[in-house]
Design a protein around this ligand. Structure first.
Ligand code: NDP
Length: 293
C-alpha cells in the first residue's frame, strides 16, 4: 500500500469530541441543552437503524433527542403538521426527517416545511439553493458531503485549482459534494450513468469522490497516481470467508487503488462515521443560532 489511509473513525471522533466540549461549555454557561428531533415515517429497517444511531450520538454528546414516529400511511398534512410543530418548539434546535419517505409523500414539500434555522441535514431547498449560488452562504450543508470535504481538508489536500471528479449526482451526496468543491475553487466534473468513458474522465482527477452505489467499480488503472480518493459507497457483497457470508465494500476497489492513490478512505471506517459527526456539529451550530450567537 502506497496511499495514506484516511482514518474517518478517528477524524469523526475528534469532531464529536469538539461538539461535546461545546455542549458542555453551553451547559456550564447556563444555556439549554441542544436538541435534535428525528422524524421517522414508516418501518424501513435501515432508516430505523440510522435514526437510533443519531439519537445515541446525541446522548453521548450530552444533547437531547426527541424521536417522532409516524405510520407509513401518514398523510402529507400530518408529516408537515409535525414539522411545523417542531419548528415552533424552542427545545428543538435541529429537525431531521429521515429519508427516503414513503413514495406517496412529497419529499420536497416536507423538507421545505423545515425552518431553515433548524435544517441540520441541509436539504431545505433554500439552503441547497444558497449552496449553489455565488456570494450566498447556506446555514447548513448536507452531512455526508460536508464530511467528505472535511476529510480532504484534514488530510491537507489542496482543493483550490485541483481537478475534482464526483461520481454520482444524487441530491444527498453527489450534487452537494460537487457544489462544495466548486466553493473550494476546484474545477469540478460531475459524472453519472450517461457519462462516456468514465475511466478516462476519472483518470484526470486530483481529487475523486465516488458515490454511485456500485461495488468496487473504480479500478486501480482508473486513478491518477497520487490522487485523493473519497469512497462514499456502501455495498454489501458476498464473501464466503466472512463470518456472516457477506462484507461491506465501497464504490472503489480498495485493494487496487490503495497502490496508486495518494490517500484513500476505507469502507467501512471512512466517510460513514463522518455523516453523524457532521450532523452533531450542525445541531450544536443550530443551537447557537437559536441563542443568537
Ligand atoms: P443514488 O442511487 O441516489 O445515486 C447514484 C448516482 O450514481 C446517480 O447519479 C447515478 O447516475 C450514478 N450512477 C449509477 N450507476 C452508475 C454508473 N454505472 N456509472 C456512473 N454513474 C452511475 O445513490 P446515493 O447518492 O444516495 O448513494 C451513493 C452511494 O453512497 C451508495 O452506496 C450509498 O449507500 C452510499 N451512501 C453512503 C453514505 C455514508 O454515510 N457513507 C450516505 C449516503 C449514501 P444517474 O443520475 O444518471 O442515475
Amino acid at each position: 500500500m502506497t496511499a495514506q489511509l484516511i482514518d474517518g473513525k478517528a477524524i469523526a471522533l475528534k469532531v464529536r469530541q469538539d461538539a461535546a466540549a461545546e455542549v458542555a461549555a453551553m451547559l456550564a454557561a447556563g444555556k439549554p441543552k441542544p436538541g435534535l428531533a428525528t422524524v421517522l415515517v414508516g418501518e424501513n429497517p435501515a432508516s430505523q437503524v440510522y435514526v437510533s444511531s443519531k439519537q445515541k450520538a446525541c446522548a453521548e454528546l450530552g444533547m437531547e433527542s426527541f424521536g417522532y414516529k409516524l405510520p407509513a400511511s401518514a398523510t402529507q398534512e400530518e408529516v408537515e403538521g409535525l414539522v411545523r410543530n417542531l419548528n415552533a418548539d424552542p427545545k428543538v434546535n435541529g429537525i431531521l426527517v429521515q429519508l427516503p419517505l414513503p413514495s406517496h409523500l412529497d419529499e420536497e414539500k416536507v423538507l421545505g416545511a423545515i425552518s431553515i434555522e433548524k435544517d441540520v441535514d441541509g436539504f431545505h431547498p433554500l439552503n441547497i439553493g444558497r449552496l449553489a449560488q455565488k456570494g450566498r452562504d447556506p446555514l447548513f450543508v448536507p452531512c455526508t458531503p460536508f464530511g467528505c470535504i472535511f476529510l480532504l481538508e484534514q488530510m491537507g489536500v489542496t482543493l483550490e485549482g485541483c481537478n475534482a471528479v464526483v461520481l454520482g449526482r444524487s441530491n444527498i451526496v453527489g450534487m452537494p459534494a460537487a457544489l462544495l468543491l466548486v466553493r473550494k475553487n476546484a474545477t469540478v466534473t460531475i459524472c453519472h450513468s450517461k457519462t462516456k468513458d468514465l475511466p478516462g474522465v476519472v483518470r484526470q482527477a486530483d481529487v475523486l469522490i465516488a458515490a454511485i452505489g456500485k461495488a468496487e467499480m473504480v479500478r486501480g488503472d482508473w486513478v491518477k497516481p497520487g490522487a485523493a480518493v473519497i469512497d462514499v459507497g456502501i455495498n454489501r457483497i458476498e464473501d464466503l470467508n466472512a463470518p456472516k457470508g457477506t462484507r461491506l465494500v465501497g464504490d472503489v476497489c480498495f485493494d487496487e487503488v490503495k497502490d496508486v492513490a495518494g490517500c484513500i478512505t476505507p469502507v467501512p471506517g471512512g466517510v460513514g462515521p463522518m455523516t453523524i459527526a457532521m450532523l452533531m456539529r450542525n445541531t450544536v451550530r443550530a443551537a447557537k443560532i437559536a441563542l443568537g450567537e
